[in-house]
Design a binder for this molecule. Structure first.
Ligand code: ZN
Length: 313
């Protein structure tokens, strides 16, 4: 079995509206789902992706004001990289400048990266990639010629890089591409969310909290394949959870030996399971078992919306 690549990435932040302003307003991603944390319904769960929220494009957040700040370090996804179309890097440099987002440039495996942090301190990057279909979601000045297509990949900060490399290669089925300047690079089959780098130079120990990635999820084609992954993980000595119904996908979770929480999630049914494509993200969606508490929840959750930012007007 081989995973096609990244399914989604989930992170923790403090403020819901600030989160929307950045990912929808500055980066131009589509808010494809506004729901709640199924395990803690008084907290939002916000999903941002391409037009249809395809696997490999979706970043999700649990915004909670009282959450203590975390620290990015080992045992975490250190950096989330987004793929932008070829010849769009100048547009993004300008856009980040206008939006007062400080950035640096760096090169890894021969690719040029624009590196910056989101308002909660999560490390992000943009890199031009030829692969990956265009994002048809256009937000104000961001046309589909320049719009973020989805994930390029991630940089993993592992406490045991060789053990993490082992999972990527021997369990998840990624190909090892090489080592350069303190990074190992692996590649999955899909056009988006396919490039995984492991940082070899040591980092501080990561602390879970606001401004850190909680987990990253890998793609499984269907529930049968997910069940097979579960058995294969157990056979290899890992300790995966039961398969959970996350409504938009089914999923299991396991810690790899470098400390990073991995999830494997099914592509189906996806985000159109409870609202049509042209309405994604507009209403607060609740699972059926919480529908009776809608009024109560709506009174606790802060009102949030996708806004055109001042500097864009
Ligand atoms: Zn997840």
């Amino acid at each position: 079995m081989k995973t096609a690549g990244i399914h989604h990435i989930t992170a923790m932040v403090n403020d819901a509206q600030r989160n929307i302003n950045f990912y929808a307003g500055v980066l131009g991603l589509r808010l494809v789902k506004k729901t709640i944390n199924f395990d803690r319904p008084e907290v939002y769960h916000l999903y941002f992706g391409n037009e249809s929220g395809d696997p490999g494009t979706v970043i999700t957040f649990f915004p909670w004001q009282k959450q203590l700040k975390g620290r990015i370090g080992t045992g975490q996804v250190g950096t989330t990289s987004y793929a932008i179309p070829e010849n769009s890097i100048d547009f993004w440099e300008n856009r980040l400048e206008k939006s007062n987002v400080a950035f640096e440039k760096s090169t890894r495996f021969g690719e040029r990266y624009l590196c910056f942090d989101d308002p909660d301190g999560l490390h992000l990057e943009l890199v031009e990639r030829k692969e990956g279909h265009k994002n048809n979601w256009t937000f104000h000045k961001i046309s589909s010629e320049v719009a973020i297509k989805g994930f390029a990949g991630t940089v993993l900060y592992s406490s045991k890089p060789n053990r993490t490399a082992h999972v990527l290669e021997n369990i998840l089925g990624l190909d090892f591409l090489g080592q350069e300047d303190g990074y190992l690079r692996f590649k999955a089959e899909e056009d988006l969310g396919n490039t995984i780098d492991i940082k070899l130079t040591p980092s501080v120990r990561g602390l879970m909290g606001a401004g850190t990635v909680h987990h990253m999820a890998w793609r499984a084609r269907n529930p049968e394949e997910l069940q097979n992954w579960r058995e294969s993980l157990i056979d290899s000595g890992y300790n995966p959870t039961e398969i959970k119904d996350r409504y938009y996908f089914k999923a299991l979770y396991f810690h790899e030996e470098g400390g990073i929480l991995f999830e494997i999630a099914t592509d189906p049914p996806g985000f159109t399971v409870d609202e049509p494509l042209n309405k994604l993200g507009e209403e607060l969606m609740l699972p059926s078992w919480l529908e009776s508490k809608r009024e109560e929840l709506e009174s606790v959750l802060p009102a949030v919306e996708v806004q055109l930012l001042e500097e864009d007007e």
